[in-house]
Design a protein around this ligand. Structure first.
Ligand SMILES: *Cc1c(COP(=O)(O)O)cnc(C)c1O
Length: 513
């Protein structure tokens, strides 16, 4: 498993004595653009046309202008393209292979969605354009809102929130506005102990206190624990269904009734919507507020820090509080913007991450109701098939049919061989797969949370299962996990310190030698 020798590029050493890596290997540290820079080199070679040009000095007062040019890297277009292409080859991505990162739904996104988003008629529109110039855009937004309401069983939606966590904050602010309108100042929000970390963080940011409820032996919300926590000081409960254990919440009707009984609201964390698309709707389960992760379920690439989108859909009694302005249909068939009467205000500049919204519109139109149901069915089939293949190799802490993801535990294997979830994850990288989510949900010891998604073929899911079984078998054969602890040996970067980036935030690059 030793990586091949790295060769140096024929162009020779860079300033500072470093060498470019061979283009096809890309293993050495890729230099920064600043290191590649050479004075006077340009990425474009436009001829001067002789036409009069407006210079900055005519438009901006002289006292505001820089006297020294900004020290930006100066590189040719060719070097620039090669630099980013080399970097892209050091990455693992949804386009490259299975990316079974549970909860995050890292699935392949149809390219036709990107194609629509790249069209000038959509991409080049200024968000301040008056409605009469952008009727097509407004129609897309209106229709998307209607389709998302249909999928979730809700009455109205906002497309503004920029991601799931922003949707959660929106939902909590809606909750606050709703109770305030009833003259109530409730202080607590209930969250199960299996919840995603953004849930308690959003509760705190929204000015509420977190009350945690436990999980029962079947992996659902513990009803006794919930009933004990419910009183008139509870503003609402945040749940995802299926839960982060990949299990459908069997008692959702009882939970909804109990929560509504004390006048509180049900918030649905829609990150797991992939599992139930076209089959069952949060609105029908009794939820009042739903956020969706368009970048998980509805065809926007994510994971690279790009824009996301977390629309929030609500039942009729909350529609009046939604952020504004919202796209609306006018009587005569046209479209415009309107802000709900008791709106909580804006959650995003302009209208949200519009091109992400467009991708979701294309994705929904591509699939239609039948296609969406098929997405969920195959996602669930893949996850259950995988879980059964892992039976006997890993522990199955809550052994029930799963939805779109399965959570297995490395605990027994660790006791036998010392192999930990993190070692499995790193060894998998050597076998050509992105790691599953590890150590989440927090209530499962040495957890691997695996979400194959509907976009992977049976052959790929089988290969993933084989790889997971192989990692465990290797450790068992040698009675110890020493080899896996050395992994990954074949990636551009070996094992990184998981916590250092968060604890020692150095956001600048010092180019002095
Ligand atoms: C991803 C996720 C979130 C947060 O969504 P972001 O778009 O990353 O902010 C919330 N809950 C669950 C269960 C998730 O998987």
């Amino acid at each position: 498993m030793t990586p091949p020798e790295t060769e140096t590029h024929p162009t020779g050493p860079l300033p500072g004595g470093r060498a470019l890596s061979a283009p096809l290997l890309g293993r050495e540290d890729e230099p920064t653009l600043f290191e590649l820079s050479s004075p006077g080199r340009r990425a474009s070679s436009l001829r001067t046309t002789g036409l009069p040009q407006w210079g900055a000095d005519e438009l901006v007062p002289a006292s505001w202008l820089r006297t020294e040019p900004v020290p930006l890297p100066e590189v040719s277009e060719r070097d620039l393209a090669a630099h980013f292409t080399r970097l892209s080859h050091r990455q693992y991505s949804v386009d490259l292979g299975a990316y079974p990162l549970g909860s995050c739904t890292m699935k392949y996104n149809p390219k036709v969605c990107d194609e629509a988003a790249a069209r000038a008629g959509f991409a080049n529109v200024h968000p301040a354009s008056p409605p009469f110039l952008v009727q097509g855009w407004l129609q897309v937004l209106c229709e998307l809102e209607e389709m998302l309401c249909e999928v979730t069983g809700m009455a109205a939606a906002t497309l503004q929130p920029a991601a799931g966590a922003a949707g959660e904050l929106t939902g909590l602010l809606l909750m606050r506005a709703y109770h305030a309108a009833r003259g109530q100042d409730r202080r607590k929000v209930i969250i199960p102990d299996s919840a995603h970390g953004t849930n308690p963080a959003s509760v705190t940011l929204g000015g509420y206190e977190v009350t945690t409820v436990g999980t029962n032996a079947r992996g659902g919300v513990d009803l006794d624990s919930l009933r004990a926590a419910l009183d008139e000081d509870v503003a609402g409960i945040m749940l995802t269904n299926p839960s982060t254990l990949g299990l459908f919440e069997e008692d959702i009707s009882e939970i909804a009734a109990a929560v509504h009984e004390v006048g509180a609201l049900l918030y649905y964390d829609g990150a797991n919507l992939n599992a139930i698309l076209g089959v069952v709707r949060p609105g029908d389960m009794g939820f009042d507020i739903v956020h969706l992760n368009l970048h998980k379920t509805f065809a926007t690439p994510h994971g690279g820090g790009g824009p996301g989108s977390g629309p929030v859909a609500v039942s009729a009694r909350l529609a009046d509080y939604l952020p504004g302005p919202r796209p609306v249909r006018l009587g005569g068939g046209g479209f415009s913007w309107a802000t709900p009467e008791r709106s909580i205000g804006r959650l995003h500049s302009w209208h949200g991450n519009a091109l992400v919204l467009l991708r979701a519109w294309v994705y929904l139109r591509l699939h239609g109701p039948e296609g969406l149901r098929r997405v969920a069915e195959i996602a669930v089939l893949n996850a259950n098939w995988l879980k059964e293949r892992l039976r006997g190799t890993y522990d199955l802490p809550y052994d029930r049919p799963v939805m779109h993801e399965c959570v297995v535990s490395v605990a027994s294997l660790e006791r036998e061989t010392g192999l930990r979830a993190i070692d499995v994850a790193k060894r998998l990288l050597e076998l050509g797969f992105h790691s599953p989510t590890v150590y989440f949900p927090l209530i499962v010891e040495e957890a691997l949370m695996i979400e194959p998604t509907e976009t992977e073929s049976p052959q790929t899911v089988a290969a993933l299962a084989d790889a997971l079984v192989k990692v465990a078998a290797e450790a068992r054969a040698a009675d110890d996990a020493t080899s896996a602890r050395e992994a990954p040996r074949t990636t551009p970067v070996r094992r990184v310190d998981e916590a250092r980036a968060a604890r020692r935030l150095v956001a600048t690059y010092d180019q002095r030698p």
